[in-house]
Design a protein. Sequence first.
Length: 328
Amino acid sequence: MKGSYRIIVTNARLRYDFTIHRNITIVKGNSATGKTTLVEMIREFYESGLQSGIDLKCECACRVLGGRDWSVLLAVMHNCIIFIDENNEFLPTDEFASAVRQSDNYFVIVTREGLANLPYSIEEIYGIRESGKYASLKQTYNEFYHIYGRKDYTKPVKPEIVIAEDSNSGYEFFEKLPGKSSYHVLAAGGKSKIFEKTLSQAGRCLLVIADGAAFGAEADRMMKLIQHEKNIVLYLPESFEWLILKSGVIKHHNLNQILEHPENYAESSLYFSWERFFTSLLINIAKDSCFVYTKRKLNPVYLQRRMSDKITAVMEGIALQDNDSAED
């Protein structure tokens, strides 16, 4: 399943109108904000149709999943948008994560807690905003592809320490960057360890770089941390592979179109997250060129100055290279 879907759910008192773009969408918020009401309205419409007093408009079938038999029910659902309320104990389990990974459905999950077992995007975390008798989803975090945390900077961010999510190609790129300014690069060892690694470097000017496409579960505590630590900047592109693709280093006949609307190309049953989609895309379009890419080991061509300049230029507001150091 792929694409974006607008969902309009109404009854005599309420109207929900929102669009989802990826296989996993998270709806957060405190009690009495309308989260469970949304799920119940969808359930009632499925069971009773218009006789329920509810109308639901969407190009895709909308279902509700819950209870002890959830895995049996999910096995017969295909190409649906599945809503799940937070009172279901299976949500944080590895069994559920495995089922989502293999599913051709989209999932809208109501939860107040981060779900570390699922790689959902920081861009797809929502709350519910009420306006009169109507309600809509608002994004909790809405600075897509931008620098988070520092609100008052007027000059490019020049970190002392760069914390990379892992020790793969992204880490190697920032560690060996031509003309690199005087910062050190540390590998966190995975997204779940970024918070602790950041705390261990408290008091220094930090730039934390992680894959925004799968960082959603870590968002809350990192956002709270950077609100109190002015020297920490969080940068969340979709992934390192997205940075390369976005830079224009590699030419492909419809790459711009894909990057503008990834939802139309990222098949949910194949890609657990968009991070995996962009990795696969880069590997495929670069395989017959000098830009051959692997996630484990960086191709040295990306470290040529003219190439690295294009990649770092995508990172607006961040200065990782000295302007007076250049090479061909």
